[in-house]
Design a protein around this ligand. Structure first.
Ligand SMILES: O=C(O)CCC(=O)C(=O)O
Ligand SMILES: [Fe+2]
Length: 297
């Protein structure tokens, strides 16, 4: 599904656009199935250790991890962040996730901005925002521009962030907020406090837009558009993926991690669609880059 000219214009003018209904329910099923297997293992472990009374196998994917977390003491809930971090894309390395990168509906939308030669940046996440507790949101991402979480080498690149909710999201669920029209201001200074964030006194005085979205919608964000996640105040998990795409050959800003060609119309044989190679490269690079500062500040 290509973007309409109006959607492309909106992205260029405002620095973001929501592409409604780009994906279907089924596009997520295989990823969710494999993640449910991982969540089942973690639930089993927590059950064996006496932290929970049930593995909540009857719950739908959207609610299962939340139901598990809900049973935990504050101490284990806080530690649970460590469990959820092992679910991230490059650590879990499930095959349907790798296959998702090549989803034709996703790539044709991406092509409308990036062009036909598409590389997947190694800056990629799947994030389970658990229901917040005592007004604290584990893993909450503060106001930032994605360009600020790359190394300087990426300043010549045009990187497109695609934020993909697996559940319907609104302000109560912790949907993203973006600041429209900031792209011409370029990169604002960031600081490492509270996760990498824009220095609070540099925050543009612009009303935030709430990115209310349905499962199947895509949010395209420019690398210079300030955005943040909000607290999830529901009883479901605010599951989302965020992937970044750019023109093949341009620096990703994470030179020590693997990038992959996911589409090429010039040279289709250059597409890197070997799952085993993807796994091996992540294992190798995560090991050799361990301890490297990922962000520029
Ligand atoms: O999911 C979030 O809350 C933050 C996502 C984000 O910063 C991104 O996709 O670049
Ligand atoms: Fe971001």
């Amino acid at each position: 599904m290509s973007l309409t000219q109006a959607q492309i214009d909106h992205y260029r003018e405002k620095g973001f656009v929501i592409v409604e209904g780009a994906l279907k329910d089924e596009d997520f099923h295989a990823v969710e199935h494999d993640y449910d297997v991982l969540i089942n293992q973690k639930a089993q472990q927590l059950l064996d250790e006496g932290h929970i009374q049930s593995t909540h196998a009857d719950k739908p994917f959207s609610h299962r991890l939340a139901a598990i977390a809900n049973e935990l003491s504050d101490e284990v809930y806080n530690d649970f962040k460590r469990i959820t971090s092992t679910l991230d894309i490059m650590k879990a390395r499930v095959k349907p996730m790798f296959e998702f990168f090549f989803n034709p509906h996703l790539l044709s939308a991406v092509e409308s901005i990036v062009g036909p030669e598409i590389t997947l940046s190694p800056i990629q996440h799947i994030r389970p925002y658990l229901p917040s507790r005592s007004d604290k949101q584990p893993m909450q991402v503060p106001w930032h521009q994605d360009q600020g979480v790359t190394k300087e080498e990426a300043d010549i690149s045009e990187i497109l962030t695609v934020w993909i909710p697996l559940v319907d999201v609104d302000p109560n669920t912790g949907c993203l907020q973006v600041l429209p029209g900031v792209v011409p201001m370029g990169l604002l200074d960031h600081e490492p406090e509270g996760g990498t964030r824009i220095k609070p006194d540099l925050m543009p005085n612009i009303k935030a837009h709430e990115c209310i979205m349905k499962r199947g919608d895509l949010l395209f964000i420019s690398a210079y558009t300030p955005h943040r996640g909000q607290a999830n105040q529901t009883d479901k998990v605010r599951w989302s993926m965020d992937l970044r795409f750019q023109k093949t050959g341009t620096p990703t800003g994470r030179p020590f991690w693997p990038e992959f060609v996911v589409q090429s119309k010039e040279d289709p044989s250059s597409v890197q669609d070997d799952f085993d190679q993807w796994c091996t490269r992540w294992v190798t690079d995560l090991k050799s880059a361990k301890g490297t500062r990922l962000h520029r500040v």
